[in-house]
Design a protein around this ligand. Structure first.
Ligand code: NAG
Ligand code: NAG
Ligand code: NAG
Ligand code: NAG
Ligand code: NAG
Ligand code: NAG
Length: 703
């Protein structure tokens, strides 16, 4: 039904609508109503609403289905301690809206300059309640079509005129037939590990949040991520000791540059651990442990019994009888593997090794292991496969976020994070707002024949365009290593495509609707250095532009290919690289201010790289120099050919032009191949010179 222009498509859908709708969709008294839509979005969280905005703006037939009574309901409950850790930086010293989005991690994209999160909260780390408020405002002001209270319990695949579609069934038996299904349900299922005694463990989703509930209690937290540390931080002023236990050592976001790792705003417990104030971190497997209960006995009997009595009198829910010990399954005898039996001293590791770190008992054990995708809403015919990365917790998706094995079903938002898990920001609002836009561009191309938006530039304009993008673009900055700008090189002009998912580069022609020209392409991505560095140590930043490739902080990198990389090239790319080995690569040196606009350090090396790729001279010359070139050279530099000699972009130099004509230069040149090549782009030649003349090097003999 797709692959036809959108107007015709609507006509095709009409008969279907009439046959399927027997009563009005909003009427829930009518049990088996059925509707057909081109696009169904499941979940009115940030990703679903972001996609809703793009579909609404393009006048598409869509609905957002949400089981709760308002948008972003995840944030009504999480984070449990109610402080968002996404940066809401209001003052950047700049007015550039695009640039400011680099430091606004909560707003969704729209063409409304005032629809920013800062209208709701002005705190750097806002209250969690502010986020659903913001989303409600976003829905209301943009008039997005959201239907609340629709709980989709089943998703089946179907054949719609020989294309794969999906049927969603809600709690009333109403059915939604969708040509394209966009899954933005987020992650709701708490990650659990099954071990003996796991039912003695409380979950992050249901623990009390009042610190007083933990007064003088010893607490073991399973997990070392942000939810674990957030919980620890909230209770450490009341609890007697807090231990965090999980397989891997804590990873600090400021060291790994991955915002899903432990953020400094949550990490106060690192202080109390390192300054030896009773808290601590321990590594160990979660698979072969057991949590057992022991009522008394042992070296601590008196103290424990006392605490025991106090606790019983307070009668806390979920805790109470006895103390909880962490042990290993192999130490349990068969009878105590049934956890309701009391563990004996020899079932505990402390009995066998008197220096076992976690030998003391706990009053509470709390699980903070994160969340997983809910696969159970899918019928077998429509179920996405589990991702290879992210420990299988997420659906596997292609580089353009279509479910693997589920054509016409796309995954958006946090659930799509398997593509860049532990690498970039695709699992977070400030990252996936851009990947949702990329998916929308794929949808427009595939189902409506609208090619990926592009800007045509003259090649001599490219340098200043690239400099503008590296200095203000927020998409490649937030989604570093994942979304990159692609420049298709047609010789004298190029097409500039923004924020393409670079791992889908081999599929670029089909996904974008642009062909790859014979002259090849450039890809601009931002990325961190590949080598681990001592993040705060000396020599952490490179300052000499000739060694820009050693940069360790976020910096722009250009990849030049003369032919489109294949899927095989992509698969075999060097470890950690966002793209396969290119024909030429250029790193723009990291900059302390993230302002890559200086002549010697940034723009001149970049210009030389482009000249190397294009085999031409891209310097921005003054009219006078072009005139001198015209008199002395067979083939003047590109800037002169596209600008000066065609009487473009140079104001008030008619005289020079006339000189060139009088000298007999112009007629000859106009017939040359050079000139025929560049006839299509005069209007794009506006003000290139101004932006790049500071990088100019009038070195006539250096060519
Ligand atoms: C209504 O929907 C349910 C579930 O899909 C189905 O079992 C039932 O047969 C339907 N009833 C009618 C009258 O179509
Ligand atoms: C997962 O989906 C199933 C089926 O729709 C539903 O019953 C269950 O409540 C969902 N789980 C969560 C945690 O939302
Ligand atoms: C759709 O059609 C294909 C073949 O045309 C068939 O193999 C498949 O089972 C059908 N799927 C459904 C859900 O009917
Ligand atoms: C575990 O212990 C309880 C009570 O002691 C008993 O009822 C139950 O059958 C036991 N289960 C197993 C698997 O041994
Ligand atoms: C302390 O623990 C280590 C293993 O963690 C063990 O090898 C060592 O023997 C223990 N020391 C004593 C005195 O038990
Ligand atoms: C990374 O480290 C290796 C080994 O220390 C070194 O050879 C290489 O040059 C480094 N690469 C960069 C980009 O600094």
């Amino acid at each position: 039904m797709f692959h036809v222009p959108s107007d015709e498509m609507d006509l095709l859908l009409l008969p279907l609508l009439f046959t399927l709708i027997s009563c009005h969709p909003d009427n829930q008294l009518c049990p088996n109503s059925s509707h057909h839509l081109d696009y169904c979005i499941l979940g009115a969280g940030p990703a679903g609403l972001q996609m809703g905005y793009f579909l609404e703006k393009n006048g598409r037939d869509y609905i957002i289905l949400e089981r709760n009574s308002g948008p972003g309901s995840f944030f009504n409950l999480y984070p449990r301690h109610r402080k968002l850790i996404s940066i809401n930086k209001i003052y950047t010293g700049r007015r550039n809206r695009e640039f400011n989005l680099r430091h606004d991690w909560n707003s969704l994209l729209s063409d409304r300059p005032d629809l920013l999160f800062q209208r709701i909260s002005r705190q750097l780390y806002p209250e969690a309640d502010a986020f659903p408020h913001y989303l409600s405002m976003y829905v209301k002001e943009l008039g997005l079509k959201v239907r609340y209270g629709v709980d989709i319990g089943k998703i089946q695949a179907t054949n719609l005129s020989s294309k794969r579609g999906y049927i969603l069934t809600d709690q009333y038996g109403s059915m939604y037939t969708c040509s394209v299904l966009l899954i933005s349900t987020g992650l709701w299922v708490p990650q659990q590990v099954n071990f003996v005694g796991s039912d003695l463990v409380e979950g992050y989703e249901s623990i009390p949040v009042d610190p007083e509930e933990y007064r003088d209690q010893a607490v073991l937290i399973l997990g070392k991520g942000n939810s674990a540390f957030e919980t620890a931080q909230s209770i450490m002023g009341r609890a007697s000791r807090v231990h965090l236990y999980s397989p891997s050592p804590v990873r600090l976001a400021w060291q790994t540059h991955y915002v899903g790792d432990l953020r400094a705003v949550n990490n106060e417990l690192l202080d109390t651990y390192q300054l030896k104030s009773l808290d601590g971190l321990v590594e160990g497997s979660l698979e072969d442990i057991a949590i057992v209960r022991r009522g008394g006995g042992g070296e601590e009997e008196g103290r424990k019994a006392k605490r025991h009595r106090r606790k019983r009198s307070e009668a806390k829910q979920g805790v109470g009888r006895g103390q909880l010990y962490l042990t290993l399954t192999e130490l349990l005898d068969v009878s105590s593997r049934n956890h309701s039996a009391e563990a004996k001293a020899e079932n505990l590791p402390g009995y066998h090794s008197d220096n076992f770190s976690l030998r003391q008992p706990y009053d509470r054990v709390i699980r903070c292991l994160g969340f997983r995708f809910n696969f159970s809403i899918f019928d077998g015919s429509a179920r996405p496969v589990h991702s290879k990365g992210a420990r299988g917790r997420l659906p596997a998706v292609t580089a353009w976020y279509e479910g693997q094995g589920t054509p016409n079903m796309f995954v958006l938002g946090t659930a799509a994070h398997s593509r860049d898990y532990r690498m970039s920001a695709g699992g977070f609002v400030h990252g996936f707002r851009y990947t949702v836009r990329a998916v929308h561009r794929v949808l427009e191309q595939r189902y409506h024949g609208n090619a990926w938006p592009s800007t045509k530039l003259s090649t001599s304009q490219l340098l200043s365009w690239l400099l503008r993008r590296v200095n203000e673009a927020s998409g490649p900055y937030q989604m570093f290593g994942v979304l990159g700008d692609v420049v298709l090189l047609h010789g004298s002009y190029c097409e500039y495509l923004e924020e393409f998912p670079v791992q889908a580069l081999p599929q670029l022609p089909a996904l974008s609707g642009h062909r790859v020209p014979a002259k090849g392409l450039l890809v601009l991505v931002l990325q961190y250095g590949l080598n681990r560095t001592d993040t705060l140590g000396p020599g952490r930043a490179e300052s000499e532009w000739t060694r820009a490739w050693r940069s360790s902080f976020l910096h722009p990198v250009l990849y030049y290919y003369d032919t489109l990389p294949s899927e095989r090239d992509m698969r075999l790319r060097p470890a950690g690289w966002p793209l396969p080995r290119p024909r030429a690569v250029h790193h723009v040196i990291e900059d302390f201010l993230t302002e890559w606009d200086q002549p010697i350090s940034h723009s001149q090396p970049l210009r030389r790289f482009l000249e190397h790729c294009f085999q031409t001279d891209l310097r921005a010359f003054y009219a006078e120099s072009c005139f001198r070139f015209s008199l002395t050279r067979q083939k003047p530099p590109l800037f002169c050919r596209q600008g000066y000699l065609k009487k473009q972009g140079i104001v008030g130099n008619r005289q020079l032009w006339q000189h060139a004509r009088d000298a007999g230069l112009m007629p000859d040149l106009q017939d040359s191949e050079v000139f025929r090549e560049s006839t299509q782009l005069p209007q794009y030649f506006a003000h290139t010179g101004a932006a790049v003349t500071s990088a100019m090097n009038l070195d006539f003999d250096g060519l």
